[in-house]
Design a protein around this ligand. Structure first.
Ligand code: FMN
Length: 187
């Protein structure tokens, strides 16, 4: 995660490639219930921050000042209704997957995560920085951009060129070692 950007805009073809990679994320039943709200340039991104961090005093002490200037913000949205509709289609009738009520995991969130991860990876492929945050989605943000009421925001991915002074990983928390994470053959 890169949390400090310079304000340089992204070349349109670069951004389009990143977005098109996310479009190809896998989805349960190929429901394709994920949408991307793409905000480009200060007029649009400031409108986002005006809703997400409206208090000027709070914004001025916000820990990640370099995030506020990211030239692109992509809000990843998911639609539970799209999954209900897809799993009611004829080719899914009698499927062992059942419908959303039978699922142990709400796949609309899973699929949103798949698309978000592809945004992050595609950004790396384009030598960009990217950062995912999940804490700035009051309904007012979505309303400001006309997002339909049945869409749920799961994360925003900031995209841009990393600032020269980007500090790298902020957390001192170590990454868990492979042998701790991986359970081969048995827990
Ligand atoms: C669901 C989710 C929510 C996250 N929310 C935030 C956030 O609100 N703010 C933030 O700075 N980083 C957020 N992160 C990033 C993690 O802190 C980051 O992935 C972790 O520190 C490891 O750093 P790395 O991805 O740079 O290796 C989030 C990551 C995920 C997957």
């Amino acid at each position: 995660m890169v949390r400090s950007f310079d304000a340089r805009p992204l070349a349109p073809d670069v951004l389009d490639r990143v977005l098109d990679t996310a479009r190809r994320a896998p989805s349960a039943g190929f429901s394709q219930g994920v949408d991307l709200l793409v905000l480009e340039g200060p007029a649009q991104t400031e409108r986002y921050w005006d809703q997400a961090l409206p208090d000027p005093a709070e914004r001025s002490v916000f820990r990640w000042q370099g995030l506020l200037v990211a030239p692109v913000l992509v809000v990843v949205l998911t639609s539970p209704a799209a999954y209900g509709a897809r799993y009611a289609e004829a080719d899914k009738a009698g499927s062992r997957a059942g419908g959303p009520d039978a699922w142990t995991v709400p796949w609309w969130w899973v699929d949103g995560g798949m698309a978000a991860m592809l945004l992050l990876l595609a950004a790396v492929d384009e030598d960009l920085g990217a950062s995912l945050f999940a804490t700035a989605h009051p309904k007012s943000v979505l309303d400001a951009f006309g997002v339909p009421d049945d869409r749920l925001a799961l994360a925003t991915v900031a995209l841009g060129h990393p600032a020269a002074d980007e500090p790298g990983r902020s957390s001192k928390r170590p990454r868990r070692p492979l042998d701790d994470v991986v359970h081969r053959g048995h827990w």
